[in-house]
Design a protein around this ligand. Structure first.
Ligand SMILES: [Zn+2]
Length: 73
């Protein structure tokens, strides 16, 4: 479970409706990449975002990881 400097780090698709672009970035650079894009292209407006489909799955996975759905705890 080492997350920080893995070579096969999972990448996450970022979608920007305004630019009509999709790009993949490493998970660890996700927030930064979105911020940078929105800062530079859209005056800080939060237009670019994680692919909504994946965002849902990711949220579930993270919640699962944190044990938020563990009723037995
Ligand atoms: Zn954009």
């Amino acid at each position: 479970m080492s997350a920080e400097e893995s070579d096969d780090e999972p990448t996450v698709p970022i979608v920007c409706e305004a630019c009509e672009t999709t790009s993949r970035v490493p998970l660890s650079e996700l927030r930064e990449s979105i911020d940078r894009h929105n800062e530079h292209r859209h005056d800080g407006e939060e237009i670019a975002q994680v692919d909504p489909v994946l965002a849902d799955a990711l949220a579930d996975a993270v919640a699962d990881d944190l044990g938020l759905y563990d009723d037995d705890a």
